[in-house]
Design a protein around this ligand. Structure first.
Ligand SMILES: *[C@@H]1O[C@H](CO)[C@@H](O)[C@H](O)[C@H]1NC(C)=O
Ligand SMILES: *[C@@H]1O[C@H](CO)[C@@H](O)[C@H](O)[C@H]1NC(C)=O
Ligand SMILES: *[C@@H]1O[C@H](CO)[C@@H](O)[C@H](O)[C@H]1NC(C)=O
Length: 248
């Protein structure tokens, strides 16, 4: 196997299974009630698995590794509080679209919902980047994941500010990384994601620029190394193609 595959499988597999799933927001705070209305909780019959976000009336973007070994069945939209889940805010999933196998480094997945959701004061979409983002942008990451290593998922969405880290500096700490990633937070800041936050968005200037992908050995007790996200800009042609093909 290619060394990069082995590397990715090792770090991504750390997210798998309910006991070690995803990632949690570290040193964040509850997301204000009327913010981040694009957030989705990606779930199976037992509840929250991963984050995700609405990019159209019937598509949620999330991480590909969220589907490994687990049967995602639905998303929950329109609430920050996963205790207030009901039949109205649970939407079943019609199809999954992968760019390729997770081990190849494309940790991105589109979920097509079984129906179009009406956008309103509770549910909104988030725009994707259109041009190169200014690296100095202040960004945020949100999720329902753990708040400490080996913790438990939370009921109410949490959010934390993070800054993008230069990719070359990030590679010096991580060693080889896939090409299509963004590094942000983690490291010495003490702020970032943890298990259960996987699939959520890195939001910079109101646009979803990254997807929560992996951290080092499931460790959320920063400092260790920066957090790694999938760089959405690299997948815009793929995303547009799928949305266009399935827009009827
Ligand atoms: C993400 O990919 C785009 C398109 O290749 C690139 O312009 C941008 O610099 C990348 N973002 C980061 C933070 O590396
Ligand atoms: C988390 O759990 C793993 C596996 O049980 C263990 O090896 C590790 O030491 C734990 N870490 C902390 C900080 O509790
Ligand atoms: C996060 O960043 C935003 C925008 O830069 C700022 O308004 C807000 O006060 C910051 N929050 C915290 C907790 O630092």
């Amino acid at each position: 196997m290619h060394p990069l595959h082995t590397f990715l499988l090792f770090h991504l597999l750390a997210y798998l299974g309910r006991s070690a799933d995803g990632s949690e927001i570290m040193n964040g705070e509850p997301a204000p009630e009327n913010s981040m209305l694009y957030m989705a909780s990606v779930q199976d019959s037992k509840g929250h698995l991963c984050g995700g976000f609405m990019i159209s009336e019937d598509f949620v973007l999330t991480a590909a590794h969220c589907d490994e070994c687990s049967g995602i069945t639905h998303v929950v939209l329109g609430t920050h509080d996963l205790k207030s889940v009901n039949d109205d805010n649970k939407i079943s999933i019609e199809t999954h679209f992968f760019k390729s196998l997770v081990g190849s480094g494309n940790d991105i997945m589109l979920l097509k919902l079984s129906k179009k959701v009406s956008l309103n004061g509770r549910v909104q979409t988030i725009p994707l980047p259109t041009s190169v983002m200014n690296k100095k942008d202040d960004c945020q990451v949100a999720g329902w994941g753990y708040t400490k290593t080996n913790g438990t998922a939370v009921d109410v969405l949490r959010v934390v500010n993070v800054s993008i880290i230069n990719l070359e500096d990030c590679k010096e700490q991580w060693g080889p990384l896939p090409d299509n990633v963004i590094c942000a937070g983690g490291d010495k800041t003490g702020k970032g994601f943890c298990q259960g936050d996987s699939g959520g968005p890195l939001v910079c200037s109101g646009k979803a620029v990254g997807v929560v992908s992996f951290n080092m050995n499931n460790n959320c007790d920063y400092p260790n190394v920066p957090n790694v996200y999938t760089n959405i800009s690299k997948y815009l042609p793929w995303i547009k193609k799928i949305l266009k093909q399935h827009n009827c």
